[in-house]
Design a binder for this molecule. Structure first.
Ligand SMILES: Cc1ncc(COP(=O)(O)O)c(C=O)c1O
Length: 377
């Protein structure tokens, strides 16, 4: 029996929500389900405004527009991330400045932040890798001292906390992903968390093609018109209905994922001391979001052999980000090999294990046993 890396999850509430959405006959954005989802996200996270978007990528593009990022501006972000973290800002003409990650949490290395700031730096984008919080106190203090905006790419971190504060709500803006691979999903979707009330009105405009349609819908203006730049970033109500069915099961989903994470952790702990295999590091002040479980093999050849052996046993384990600074586009934008040594090292050794809400203990036993067998051989 194959054990995939990811398996999409249905809570069982989706069909009922979708039937209600069909009956509503309101399929465009900001319908009844969108409003309910936004309110629920705002309540869960305690943020002033959560705007549903078509993806996390689009929420990040909205952040770049909101911050009026333009040609010549510099944006600092980790090289060890998904392309959208930086591409959203590069689209506006910004120059990416790649920061390395900490060797323990694999997060934005706050100790290198100040040295990368120049008079052109406008924003820093942090990524809470695997749903474990970055060192936000230090990052926010450095950014504030230089007048730099902080955006949280919280694609992995919904439900996680840093020193008790929900991830995604600590920076000026936060971007969520509800892609199929995330803890809570509607296939493709996202949200922009607007943590500063002064951004709310313009965020609504940018999300509605540069118009004040949101104000018109609320009856605040008698017609809507083109007032700023924007694009089509609004999630449709059918997807919001699906998303609501997932968000309403937050506690159950997170409990499942916690059990899976802790089972891997307990089963593989011995490998760290016996074979020097790295396991995820979660600082005591970070309540993680249980998004993934990974190993750090001793080198790339070991990882390739382990992937092959697991695949032969029908277990699908996968690597993760290819560094951005040394990618084809990254090099065109000024990145160079050797710039982020920790990223270069860990991206070649990191292996993500199968992780999804209905992964059983028996399946995890098989994954753990095969990994153990690999190292014993
Ligand atoms: C850190 C990070 N940011 C952004 C994204 C993009 O998310 P979306 O597919 O919702 O645009 C991903 C996708 O996996 C990601 O890992």
């Amino acid at each position: 029996m194959q054990i995939p890396f990811n398996k999409p999850y249905l809570t069982g509430r989706e069909t009922a929500c979708l039937e209600r959405a069909f009956a509503n006959l309101q399929f465009a954005g900001d319908g009844p389900f969108s409003r309910e989802c936004s309110r629920l996200i705002e309540k869960i996270l305690g943020c002033p405004r959560a705007l549903l978007t078509t993806s996390c990528t689009h929420a990040l593009e909205m952040a770049a527009l909101l911050l009026r990022i333009g040609p010549g501006d510099e944006v600092i972000a980790p090289s060890f991330t998904f392309v959208s973290t930086l591409n959203a800002f590069v689209l506006r003409g910004a120059k990416p400045v790649f920061i390395d990650v900490r060797p323990d949490t694999l997060n934005f290395d706050e100790r290198q932040f100040a040295a990368l700031i120049t008079p052109r730096t406008r924003a820093a984008v942090v990524v809470h890798y695997a749903g474990v919080g970055c060192e936000m106190d230090a990052i926010l203090a450095t950014a504030a001292a230089h007048g730099i905006a902080v955006v949280e790419d919280n694609a992995h971190g919904f439900g996680g906390r840093y020193r008790g504060r929900p991830l995604g709500t600590l920076g000026w803006l936060g971007a969520q992903s509800f892609h199929e691979t995330k803890n809570f999903s509607c296939g493709e979707g996202g949200a922009l968390l607007v943590n500063r009330p002064e951004f709310v009105e313009r965020a609504e405009i940018i999300r509605e093609k540069g118009t004040n349609r949101s104000r018109f819908f609320r009856g605040e203006v008698d017609k809507y018109t083109w007032v700023d730049v924007g694009s089509s970033y609004v999630m449709g109500d059918i997807l919001a209905a699906f998303l609501l069915a997932q968000l309403e099961e937050l506690d159950d989903i997170q409990a499942r994922r916690r059990r899976i994470w802790e089972y891997y952790s307990a089963g593989l702990r011995g490998l760290a001391s016996s074979h020097g295999v790295g396991l995820p590091v979660v600082p005591a002040h970070c309540a993680q979001a249980f998004h993934m479980f990974y190993l750090l093999t001793r080198d790339g050849a070991e990882r390739a052999a382990l992937i092959r052996q697991l695949k032969a046993k029908d277990i699908h384990a996968v690597f993760h980000y290819v560094p951005l600074h040394s990618s084809a586009m990254g090099v065109r934008l000024g990145g160079r090999a050797g710039q982020c040594p920790v990223t270069e090292d860990i991206s070649g050794r990191l292996l993500r294990l199968p992780f999804f809400n209905v992964l059983t203990g028996a399946e995890q036993d098989r994954v753990i046993a095969e990994i153990m067998a690999f190292y014993r051989a």
